[in-house]
Design a protein. Structure first.
Length: 287
């Protein structure tokens, strides 16, 4: 009887030892931790993935013309798109690749105006939409009283919103509370918004948090592939032509990005051969 009581006491004490002062398990079993991680990824809109003010974004400068700056200082337009995509479908954007591409095109001008919304968002959708599985219904001047924006985010879609000198992600609308879900990549006292919160329309129509423009984003359709190439050529151009596809340099660049390659396409032999290998397997994704 004494041994049984000692064993029960040991189990009870072990249970106490696994609880922290805040009532949370001090050490979670690996299987439980994995399940929690998967839940967070499956409901990505509940959390902010990209924090612009993380010191790691100070490590590299991007340049356009004679100006340069870091994502830490001028990347809100890019981070807001990335946070919106993550909230939409859990896809994680390669920020270095996005910033390198956008600054090379002049859509993102670090130290010289930041994100130029009119070219950046449509072009980012065209180039990266197939990679991160999103598309858009365009950008509009307007505010949070617009039923177009309200209905859009209430239906499970997302948006990038612009306020005074800044971009944020909008990932939901609750018709009962009449509040919008906003993800803030760079928390600032001038806007007084936390990293993630439900915000009233009044707040989003005042001061530095006044929304004046938005870009509507939704999930893209299913992935489509080029027909499988069964010939013996070692030329990607010839193989694409053989399956009835366009083979121009610019289009091959789009194919390269669509298939998840993160370096910049330059037409090098190894890049073309990598795409050719996928084409021969019937696994080359159409942009």
């Amino acid at each position: 009887m004494q041994k049984k009581n000692n064993r029960l006491l040991g189990i009870f004490l072990a249970g106490i030892m696994t609880v922290s002062a805040f009532g949370m398990p001090a050490v979670m079993p690996k299987t439980e931790t994995s399940a929690v991680t998967q839940t967070i990824q499956a409901h990505a809109a509940r959390g902010r993935l990209y924090n612009q003010l993380d010191p790691k974004w100070k490590e590299k400068k991007y340049y356009y013309g004679g100006t340069g700056d870091t994502l830490y200082n001028s990347g809100c337009g890019l981070f807001s798109l990335a946070n919106a995509i993550y909230a939409l479908n859990g896809r994680k954007v390669n920020m270095d690749n996005l910033a390198t591409w956008a600054s090379s095109k002049g859509y993102y001008r670090p130290g010289g105006g930041g994100t130029f919304r009119d070219p950046f968002y449509p072009q980012a959708t065209a180039v990266y939409g197939s990679v991160y599985r999103f598309t858009s219904n365009g950008g509009y001047w307007g505010n949070v009283t617009d039923t177009r924006l309200m209905n859009w985010v209430a239906s499970g879609k997302v948006a990038v919103i612009h306020v005074s000198g800044h971009f944020m992600a909008m990932t939901g609308y609750n018709p009962k509370t009449k509040k919008y879900r906003v993800i803030e990549s760079a928390v600032s006292s001038t806007r007084s918004l936390p990293a993630e919160s439900w915000v009233t329309p009044a707040k989003l129509m005042s001061g530095k948090s006044n929304v004046d423009w938005y870009y509507l984003i939704k999930n893209a359709g299913p992935v489509t592939y080029f027909p499988q190439y069964t010939g013996d050529t070692e030329s990607l151009i010839a193989a694409l032509q053989a399956v009835g596809a366009e083979s121009s340099y610019s289009y091959r660049g789009q194919i390269y990005v669509a298939n998840g390659f993160t370096d910049t396409f330059s037409g090098k032999a190894e890049q073309n051969l990598a795409m050719l290998a996928l084409l021969k397997q019937g696994k080359l994704i159409k942009p």
